[in-house]
Design a protein around this ligand. Structure first.
Ligand SMILES: Cc1cc2nc3c(=O)[nH]c(=O)nc-3n(C[C@H](O)[C@H](O)[C@H](O)COP(=O)(O)OP(=O)(O)OC[C@H]3O[C@@H](n4cnc5c(N)ncnc54)[C@H](O)[C@@H]3O)c2cc1C
Length: 347
């Protein structure tokens, strides 16, 4: 150990959206907060999210009648009833507040344009008249598995816009951020966590940070799959690893890794789901729309009506069906590219 002791009320390991949002809440409640991050927070992988975030504001015609209960039902169905329903309920309720709060932080959400609008639905151009009263409200786009259009988005750069706004709030509140710093070990006594050992990535100096509360918000670990991931090179799972290293902290739901059906080969860069929400569809190498056979109702996107909820898939279910379909087509020689994996993982 080469550096001097640092102490704080709340230590947040991770400067992505999860860590920074948590830091804002703790700092606003009057606690002293310290954030650690491998990279400057604005380069955290949250920045890569494009498509949007779900909130049942019900602001456009295709979202009419949406509410937190429908959002909750979609979420629970989408998890194949595996989700913690109390948590899903909180998410569905709070998302509506969170989206408006983010607008207050400065996120330039795409807005409803009152009057005639042109959208692409199932690959077809459709004209829809948005109400003039809703002009200027936060707009929604279609995402797989939802009964209504529900994803709030900032053009094709939702994560970028949200992370910059949230980080600005962190700066405004004067929260200390130590970037290029890695938490390499948790400090604990077998029953309680007391902070972490940090390593400065510029100098190599190690030092202890003592904290009354420690939050691990180190993001996904798609890089354990090597090249075939949409995750940045820093997403290696160190946060999970240091928790596991204590020998006393269990990790939960490790199998719940998101497979995205439209990762590009060979880069692993994601072709956002928003493309299909905005009317794009998938073709195999014979220019055939294979999702129409596989999911006649939902096709490349879920457009299931409320009258047939049993046929509804969520983003997660839809993605896994779509990814499975792509993998099968690849094995039978009907996809483009020469590698053996067609889907990228994104956590
Ligand atoms: C390509 C892509 C597109 C996506 N699109 C969407 C979308 O449209 N809608 C949606 O809701 N979700 C989307 N997601 C998922 C969403 O972006 C992520 O789930 C979310 O941003 C994760 O936020 P986070 O704060 O947990 O992690 P991250 O943003 O990855 O942040 C992790 C932080 O932890 C830090 N860190 C890691 N290890 C350590 C350590 N040992 N010590 C100190 N710091 C550490 C890193 O520096 C970083 O600051 C997408 C994901 C990807 C990859």
């Amino acid at each position: 150990m080469s550096g001097s002791l640092v102490s704080t009320d709340v230590l947040v390991i991770g400067g992505g959206l999860a860590g920074e949002r948590c830091a804002i809440e703790a700092a606003a409640a009057g606690h002293n907060v310290l954030i650690l991050s491998l990279v400057p927070p604005r380069r955290s992988h949250s920045c890569a999210a494009q498509g949007g975030m779900q909130a049942s504001l019900g602001n456009c015609v295709k979202a009419d009648g949406d509410n937190a209960t429908l959002h909750f039902l979609d979420t629970v169905r989408g998890s194949d009833w595996g989700a913690d329903q109390e948590v899903a309920r909180i998410f569905a309720e709070e998302a509506r507040i969170a989206v408006r709060e983010l607008a207050h932080f400065g996120v330039p959400w795409t807005r409803v344009r009152g009057g005639k609008n042109s959208y692409f639905i199932k690959g077809e151009r459709v004209e829809i008249e948005e109400s003039i009263e809703n002009d200027g409200l936060i707009m929604h786009r279609d995402f797989g598995g939802t009964a209504k259009w529900r994803a709030c988005y900032a053009a094709a750069g939702t994560g970028h816009a949200v992370l910059y706004a949230v980080d600005s709030e962190v700066v405004r509140l004067g929260v200390e951020v130590r970037d290029r710093t890695e938490a390499v070990e948790l400090i604990h006594d077998g029953s309680r966590c007391w902070g972490a050992v940090a390593r400065c990535l510029r100098t190599g100096e190690h030092y202890p940070i003592l904290a009354k509360a420690t939050v691990i918000a180190t993001g996904g670990y798609g890089r354990i799959y090597g090249q075939f991931t949409t995750n940045a090179t820093i997403n290696e799972g160190m946060g999970a690893a240091i928790a596991l290293n204590t020998g006393v902290v269990p990790l939960g739901n490790m199998e719940a890794v998101q497979f995205h059906p439209t990762g590009l080969i060979p880069s692993g860069i994601l072709l956002t789901e928003g493309c299909r929400g905005d009317g794009g569809y998938l073709l195999n190498k014979d220019m055939h729309r294979f999702m129409v056979e596989l999911e006649p109702h939902k096709q490349d996107w879920s457009h299931t009506s409320r009258s047939s909820p049993a046929a509804m898939s969520s983003p997660a279910t839809w993605r896994s069906r779509c990814a499975t379909a792509r993998a099968w087509r690849h094995r039978t020689g009907r996809t483009c590219g020469s590698t053996s994996v067609t889907s990228a993982r994104s956590t």
